[in-house]
Design a protein around this ligand. Structure first.
Ligand SMILES: Nc1nc2c(c(=O)[nH]1)N[C@H]1C(S)=C(S)[C@@H](COP(=O)(O)OP(=O)(O)OC[C@H]3O[C@@H](n4cnc5c(=O)[nH]c(N)nc54)[C@H](O)[C@@H]3O)O[C@H]1N2
Ligand SMILES: Nc1nc2c(c(=O)[nH]1)N[C@H]1C(S)=C(S)[C@@H](COP(=O)(O)OP(=O)(O)OC[C@H]3O[C@@H](n4cnc5c(=O)[nH]c(N)nc54)[C@H](O)[C@@H]3O)O[C@H]1N2
Ligand code: SF4
Ligand SMILES: [Mo]
Length: 732
């Protein structure tokens, strides 16, 4: 792909958009003779990218060449306070140092902390700033395992739904994205396709041209909902009730596929008994729908072939979101939507990518750490608790985080690929923790943000144009090579480089710390003597082919027309019974309900807290940012201006509080408070208010939506509950 026309002064390099998005687009970067990227475009030969990028990444050079990119390692000036710094003037709190100085000092401090408090007092904090296999988790994992640092349970996004899906199906496989074009009914369930997963949209449009209907189940009127045939503005956290109500109707009306159920599933009798409790009337009372609507949805779903559900992670960031996802995941099994090409469901395709994780992460290195074993695990969704409750003076409370209770306070926080100051729940607790004077904090990122304000060292990171990586996806079935297109600006360095350098400074002598990105890509692919990958589904892939072709489908998706991939059409599955599990012995053994049930979230209109805080708050993602990424760029902010710093309200809730459109309002709960401007645009049902994620430091009062979110965890997977939040609102 690096081939260029002989006479052209331009090179075109195949890269992969590494942002945390299901689409993992193939992106072609045009580089001029001076080595500057001049254009980024979607790969037209990639069947899912189809030659276009989303609005955020189409403007990517604004990010790559942003004048405020961090270009050099920085050390906090002595005497400066940790905490919010005025935007644009962050640099005043730091002084430039060389990489050598920074690496020596960081390694020395980490050693000291490890010796004094034990290595588990060091907490790495990372998520999916890059989804590249190397950048997401490779040299960093080796480094922290070898050191004996705490392990991080990466629960902030998709754990509840992931655990739920695996309980039902054993493995995260899904209807191929391209096949949605064959559906006659698409149910977007807690899935903002147009905003978050835009490369599915052309498939949905094609399906609709062939007569398909699009139904959106989302409390918020997203761009997707606005374009739907039917938008069901379900009340937050009530999806399990709706799914069970649909089962009730399907089973009572005999719309299920009995042969498939008998052959492929486990526990139908128990599920049917449970579903009997969920009459359309009861479901209507919880969800805010009418009983007739519940019936209509169930009938339409069960009688249309092929029917495809795009469930995304929105509905599972709720207290009982695991069960909701589990119940929804069962629907296609009940009617055997998996039997028809273009039917089924997609939560994630990630289970199909079998990288050699042992080789790239090297958990065995933990045996060489001072601990001599794998370290404790800290849940990233409890960062505030982990930092606050374990701080000095709180030691008598003892025992670590809720996860393991090892009783070792966190003394060093190493942040990369994430911006916890903006994205982690209970922001005020997180920030109190990060402001601890005795906490040593390193942040590796591209811009000054809500987290760098608390750093002792800020290190400059690279964009996907500036390093080499390999990537899978959670919304398609292609392995892709991302080639380095340009030199990093200033002294910016990749994650792989950073952790291999730090390993040397720590005196780690294992060979693997010298591995180059190419060697690590070969390890991830488990390239054997014959040049082919030994990973299941990748056996046909060679390093050179991948390098040359840019993207290669997984083996089962090579010839979709003649051999379409239809997961779960036949068994056996990777569940304990080998079947699709309606009833889970695994959950029963843990003392949990083996069947799905609707339990109202504690933070919902049915909870005690609703007396003081009667409104359900959705702190949602912005269509034009990627979580907190891009919010610092003017062009992206302009695209987001309509809803930026707004509190979207239903006119009845506003009127009850004497609030008019455009009024300054305060929204608060026990955890925090935000000042926003009321916006009545028909986006939310009564009882629900919504605001978009921004940088805390971009707002007048220095907080974002996570000032309101809680550290309560989901029912399955111990994930974050960003969408189970109660608030009150008043005119400011
Ligand atoms: N533009 C853009 N794209 C993104 C991102 C971004 O920030 N911006 N983030 C990326 C990331 S990290 C992820 S994980 C993916 C996936 O992202 P999703 O999980 O799909 O994203 P969300 O927008 O959080 O949730 C989808 C929808 O669920 C709705 N929702 C909230 N609560 C409920 C509920 O109780 N029930 C139902 N039915 N719906 C509910 C929300 O209003 C939202 O419109 O998107 C990725 N793509
Ligand atoms: N209220 C609310 N909170 C949420 C959500 C929500 O919907 N509502 N969504 C949640 C979800 S689903 C997720 S996934 C999380 C996402 O949370 P994060 O993973 O923290 O996502 P981002 O905000 O995109 O921050 C990623 C950071 O990594 C940096 N980065 C990018 N590439 C690299 C690299 O190669 N190296 C290094 N060192 N850094 C890099 C970026 O500049 C950016 O600052 O947020 C969660 N928080
Ligand atoms: S953010 Fe998603 S849609 Fe946009 S370019 Fe990246 S992978 Fe594609
Ligand atoms: Mo996410």
């Amino acid at each position: 792909m690096c081939a260029a026309v002989a006479t052209s002064p331009f090179r075109i390099v195949h890269t992969v958009c590494s942002h945390d998005c299901p689409d993992s687009c193939g992106a072609l970067v045009t580089v001029n003779a001076a080595g500057r990227a001049v254009k980024v475009q979607g790969d037209p030969s990639h069947p899912v990218t189809q030659g276009f990028l989303c609005g955020k990444v189409a403007k990517y050079l604004d990010r790559v060449y942003a004048p405020d990119r961090i270009l050099y390692p920085l050390r906090r000036k002595p005497g400066t306070q940790k905490g919010p710094l005025p935007r644009g003037r962050e640099i005043e709190a730091f002084e430039r140092v060389s990489w050598d100085e920074a690496l020596d000092a960081i390694a020395a401090r980490l050693k000291q902390i490890s010796d004094m408090y034990g290595p588990e007092s060091i907490l790495p904090y990372s998520y999916a700033g890059t989804m590249g296999v190397l950048g997401y988790g490779s040299m960093d994992r080796r480094f922290f395992h070898r050191m004996g640092a705490s392990q991080l349970d990466r629960t902030i996004c998709s754990e509840a739904g992931g655990v739920a899906w695996n309980l039902v199906y054993g493995k995260k496989l899904a209807t191929p994205t391209e096949d949605f074009k064959l559906a006659k009914l698409v149910l977007a369930w807690g899935a903002n396709i147009h905003g978050n997963n835009v490369h599915l949209w052309p498939m949905v449009e094609q399906a609709r041209r062939n007569g398909a209907r699009l139904i959106v189940i989302d409390p918020y009127r997203t761009r997707t909902a606005a374009l739907a045939d039917w938008h069901i503005a379900i009340r937050p956290g009530t999806d399990a009730a709706l799914a069970l109500g649909m089962m009730h109707v399907i089973l009572n009306e005999g719309l299920e596929d009995r042969a498939y159920i008998a052959e492929m599933t486990h526990g139908i009798e128990q599920l049917a008994a449970r579903a009997q409790e969920y009459t359309p009337q009861r479901v209507a009372a919880w969800t805010g729908m009418t009983a007739a609507e519940v019936e209509q949805l169930a009938r339409e779903y069960a009688t249309t072939r092929p029917a495809a559900i795009r469930m995304n992670y929105g509905m599972q960031r709720s207290e009982n979101g695991g069960t909701a996802a589990r119940a929804i995941a069962m629907l296609p099994a009940l009617i055997c939507a998996w039997k028809h090409r273009g039917g089924g469901a997609q939560l994630s395709t990630s289970g199909a990518f079998k990288w050699d994780k042992e080789a790239i992460e090297r958990p065995d290195l933990a045996l060489a750490s001072p601990l001599g074993r794998l370290a404790r695990i800290v849940n990233m969704s409890l960062l505030g608790e982990a930092l606050e409750e374990q701080g000095p003076g709180n030691d008598e409370k003892g025992l670590g985080t809720r996860d393991q209770g090892l009783g070792i306070p966190v003394h060093a926080l190493f942040v990369y690929n994430s911006n916890p100051g903006a994205v982690a729940p209970n922001q005020n607790a997180v920030r109190r923790g990060m402001a601890r004077h005795d906490l040593f904090t390193v942040v590796h990122d591209l811009f000054f943000n809500d987290t760098t304000d608390y750093a002792d060292y800020v290190l400059p990171a690279t964009t996907f144009l500036e390093h080499t990586d390999i990537q899978g996806a959670y919304g398609h079935y292609f392995v892709q090579m991302s080639n380095q297109a340009i030199e990093p600006p200033g002294d910016a360095q990749s994650n792989v480089w950073l952790f291999s350098q730090l390993a040397a400074r720590m005196g780690f002598t294992e060979e693997c710390f010298h591995d180059t990105p190419e060697q690590m890509i070969r390890q991830a692919l488990a390239i054997g003597e014959d040049g082919h990958s030994a990973n299941s589904g990748m056996e046909h892939i060679t390093f050179d082919d991948l390098k040359q072709q840019g993207h290669v489908p997984l083996s089962f998706h090579r010839d979709p027309e003649r051999q379409p991939f239809m997961p779960y059409k036949s068994g056996p599955l990777a569940t304990p019974t080998g079947k699709i599990e309606f009833y889970s012995e695994t959950l029963a053994a843990q003392g949990l309900d083996p069947l799905p049930a609707f339990v109202a979230p504690i933070e919902s209109r049915w909870g005690e807290g609703a007396k003081s805080y009667p409104l359900e708050f959705l702190g949602r993602k912005a269509d034009n940012y990627m979580n907190s990424t891009f919010a610092n760029l003017d062009g992206h902010r302009k695209m987001e201006a309509r809803t930026s710093q707004r509190l979207e309200m239903h006119p009845a809730d506003a009127a009850a509080r004497g609030i008019s459109d455009g009024d300054a309002v305060r929204v608060w709960n026990d955890r925090g408070s935000l000042n926003l401007t009321a916006l009545m645009n028909g986006s939310v049902p009564q009882g629900v208010v919504a605001a978009h994620m921004d940088w805390a430091k971009m707002s007048a009062d220095g907080g974002n939506v996570n000032a309101l979110s809680s550290e309560r965890l989901t029912d399955l997977g111990a994930g974050a509950t960003f969408y189970s939040v109660l608030v009150e609102v008043a005119k400011a």
